[in-house]
Design a protein around this ligand. Structure first.
Ligand code: ATP
Length: 538
């Protein structure tokens, strides 16, 4: 059984991850990637970029896809026009809630996942008062998130309903459970205050409220606002996807679980645009394809689930959402944490950025009108519709969004890779060894090259092999200490292959290659080392 402590300790010891600003005591929710970590994360992002964008062949339909499609990339700015966040809904809806207890002076935050007030920074997550209906504002978003939690915890629930007084769970066995607010405690609480998760900053030297802007909390909006630019400049035709990898920022009230919930993190997002009639088929396609991507790169299917959201959990505009979740070791048995969400977003985003007038029937959250009776936030007024060249039909495309977190991905692959087994030491005695069984595509170092001893011309040959390999992949050279210890270091770094120059190499110009996982060893001609290893790390 692997523990999170072992994984965290290995990450620090070997240079995968460090706490940001550690010499000053660290800063909560921020993490630095060390020499091995940065390679691992780059490899994950590059695998994603290659497999989803640059390596995509638009001329043939991939397996299980309803047809061929195009994929292109974007790299947008972190700070965007403030109106972007108003029209996207983040300005009004992307927040947590806080209250203070007048008696104890303690502060509580509304845990949207649990649907409860929890003591701020209380690690035990002790429940103080219920229920979500205490919050009158933004109930829709809170309710959606709370539903996610209650559904997970109440797998036998037939129906979950929320009123202003209580939360009721009707179970499949016809029993009913009512969770009511604790009125006594409520008396002592201040009014709930909203706490927006977006980091605010100011533009320019004067920095008044009018210059306020935000660090993006997701990369997706950069794609939506560039939809027309991409259409006009690259001549892509529907269906097509735009991908982006980049930093996002959320001022999470309780960052925790190592990098799982950070305040600065990276996302890998695709917005896939298609005809409304085809959107359900594409939604299913992306859901399955993204799940298969994780297993192909080594996450075990027993630790992964695809969790389709129930109707009540869905945002009002969403037709379907599924989360790919992983059984992270810090979670209790049977619980999973989100790695990626695949959402069918309808035409919500393009419409929000397009229209000045909003339709209250389909857009309940924007019924709120400004003083002049007009919608509170106006879109760009630009035409973001698509005209089909063949049928001449004009429509707002529907969007399927596979949205993944690079840091959560790295964390899942680190957790999955961590293993302990028995391997013989120099004297043939079986010892416990710690090994990171990372997929060769993800491994930070692909191969290590060792001279068996530091004499007889072995280092010279090893350095030459190292130089040749370096032209093709990230390789490590090590001539210090017993060779067994050098192997162990590479096992902990997740290096899939070790190349050793020994006495035989001097006579027959061959070297030994050792496989990290099977410990199998074989001999290869020095001239063939590059080809042998290149084919193995694909
Ligand atoms: P959660 O419910 O865990 O807060 P979310 O549903 O808000 O996540 P999305 O807005 O769908 O997450 O973001 C897409 C992806 O971005 C997530 O699946 C996750 O991998 C990543 N992500 C979101 N928030 C964080 C965070 N605070 N730290 C690290 N990764 C994050």
């Amino acid at each position: 059984m692997k523990s999170m402590d072992q994984i965290v300790s290995l990450c620090k010891r070997r240079g995968f991850l460090f706490q940001s600003s550690e010499i000053y005591g660290g800063i909560q929710g921020f993490w630095d990637y060390g020499p091995l970590g940065v390679e691992l994360k780059r490899n994950l992002k590059e695998a994603w970029w290659h497999d989803m964008i640059s390596g995509h062949n638009e001329l043939v339909a991939p397996a299980n896809a309803p047809g061929p499609f195009e994929m292109v990339g974007l790299d947008c700015t972190i700070i965007m026009h403030p109106q972007v966040w108003k029209c996207s809904g983040h300005y009004d809806l992307f927040h947590d809630h806080m209250v203070d207890c007048r008696e104890s002076k303690k502060r509580y935050r509304f845990d949207q996942v649990r649907g409860r007030w929890v003591e701020y920074a209380d690690r035990s997550q002790k429940i103080f008062v219920s229920t979500l209906a205490d919050i009158e504002t933004e109930l829709d978003e809170v309710r959606r998130r709370a539903m996610k939690f209650f559904r997970l915890r109440n797998k036998d629930a037939d129906k979950i309903s929320i009123s202003n007084e209580s939360l009721t769970i009707d179970r499949l066995d016809s029993t009913k459970e009512v969770l009511a607010p604790d009125a006594k405690n409520l008396d002592t609480l201040t009014e709930p205050r909203e706490f927006n998760l977006m980091f605010k900053t100011t533009l320019g030297a004067l920095g008044g409220e009018n210059d306020a802007t935000f660090l993006r909390p997701e990369t997706a909006q950069g794609i939506f606002v560039n939809f027309k630019n991409v259409l006009d400049s690259s001549r892509v035709k529907l269906p097509f996807g735009i991908g982006q990898v980049g930093k996002s920022f959320r001022n999470e009230i309780t960052p925790r679980n190592f990098t799982f919930r950070s305040r600065e993190f990276e996302q890998m997002e695709i917005e896939f645009f298609c005809h409304p009639d085809q959107s359900q088929v594409w939604y299913k396609y992306w859901r399955d394809r993204r799940m298969a991507w994780y297993t192909k790169l080594g996450l075990s299917s027993e630790s992964l689930i695809m969790r389709e959201h129930h109707q009540e959990e869905l945002a009002h505009y969403s037709v379907g959402t599924a989360d790919i979740e992983y059984a992270f070791p810090f979670l209790p048995e049977g619980e999973y944490g989100e790695l990626e969400g695949i959402a069918h977003r309808g035409d919500f985003d393009l419409r929000s950025h397009m229209e000045g007038k909003l339709n209250p029937a389909t857009r309940p959250m924007e019924v709120e009108l400004g003083e002049n009776g007009k919608a509170k936030y106006r879109g760009s007024g630009r035409d973001l519709t698509y005209r089909d060249e063949v049928t001449n039909e004009k429509f707002v495309p529907h969007v399927v969004e596979p949205s993944a977190g690079a840091d959560r991905g790295v964390l899942a692959f680190l957790c999955e890779a961590y293993s302990e087994d028995k391997a013989p030491d120099e004297k043939g005695k079986m010892q416990t060894r710690t090994v990171m069984k990372l997929h060769p595509r993800l491994a930070p170092i692909k191969a290590a090259v060792f001279p068996l001893v530091k004499k007889d011309g072995m280092p010279e040959i090893a350095r030459e092999i190292y130089g040749e390999l370096k032209k093709h992949m990230n390789v490590f050279y090590d001539e210090k200490g017993a060779v067994g210890r050098r192997y162990r270091r590479q096992d902990e770094a997740g290096t899939p292959y070790c190349v050793t120059v020994d006495t035989e190499s001097l006579n027959d110009k061959t070297v030994t290659i050792r496989d990290r996982d099977t410990l199998e060893q074989w001999r290869v001609k020095i001239d063939d080392v590059v080809t042998d290893l290149t084919s193995r790390i694909q």
